[in-house]
Design a protein around this ligand. Structure first.
Ligand code: 13P
Length: 251
């Protein structure tokens, strides 16, 4: 049985005060969260603070992005070993906002994925189609292309120490979530593609759904056989909502 993972992607939100309040609120409710692994991904400057607040707790820390480089003349970059030093277990790579707004393509994302693993982090690889691509009925080929770039560089076995997040771009921040059936269909496709290369890895890899997950739709989503949790944006910024999603995994 794969465990449910609920990860909060705070995106470009927060402050020292917000980080303290939000993490405090999440930790206060963690006794109700029995079935899920939980992680939070604050912006870089708050990682050290979050590391301190989370010390000794069951909540893991993640970052939202990572450099494909380890060190050197790469102004503005943050490397996997640096994130590791601040207690990160996870790092998100290839989020659709990075792909669309910062021109990060499949190959660049694959290099970030490899750099994350080389630095001892578990990458959360985001894949997903735009509304236009869904309407053109090319969702599967888009997701396959995004996944295949990583497999081509790192090998399918690399997915054993990774998490995949299916995030349809049209469902992110729109309040328009994919139906559990729509999400399950793509998750099944992803797992099937991995299984075609290595059945053991496919059985183990957690595939999260992301896109307007809320406490009231999480139970149904997480109930689907190939949905192993969620990558949560907006609802991860309120402790009560985030905990509501984490406890959905109990059912
Ligand atoms: P929302 O939950 O705000 O739709 O964001 C999803 C997301 O992009 C998580 O990475």
């Amino acid at each position: 049985m794969r465990k449910i993972l609920v990860a909060g992607n705070w995106k470009l939100n927060g402050s020292l005060a917000d980080t303290e309040k939000l993490i405090g609120g999440v930790l206060a409710g963690m006794d109700q969260v029995q079935a899920a692994d939980v992680a939070v991904c604050p912006p870089y400057p708050y990682l050290a603070q979050a590391q301190g607040l989370l010390a000794g707790s069951a909540v893991s820390l993640g970052a939202q992005d990572v450099s494909d480089q380890v060190s050197g003349a790469f102004t503005g970059e943050v490397s996997a070993p640096m994130l590791k030093e601040f207690g990160c277990r996870y790092v998100i790579v290839g989020h659709s906002e990075r792909r669309a707004l910062y021109c990060e393509d499949d190959e660049f994302t694959a290099r970030k994925f490899a750099a994350a693993q080389a630095g001892g982090l578990t990458p959360i690889l985001c894949v997903g189609e735009t509304l236009e691509e869904r309407e053109q009925d090319i969702t599967e080929s888009v997701v396959a292309r995004q996944l295949d770039a990583v497999i081509a560089l790192s090998g399918v076995e690399a997915l054993e120490n990774a998490v995949i997040a299916y995030e349809p771009v049209w469902a992110i921040g729109t309040g328009k979530t994919a139906t559990p059936e729509q999400a399950q269909a793509v998750h099944e496709f992803i797992r099937g593609r991995v299984a075609g290369l290595n059945a053991g890895v496919a059985e183990k890899v957690q595939i999260l759904y992301g896109g307007s997950v809320k406490p009231d739709n999480a139970v149904e989503l997480f109930g689907k056989p190939d949905i192993d949790g969620g990558l949560i944006g907006g609802a991860s910024l309120k402790a009560e909502d985030f905990l509501g999603i984490c406890t959905a995994a109990n059912q």
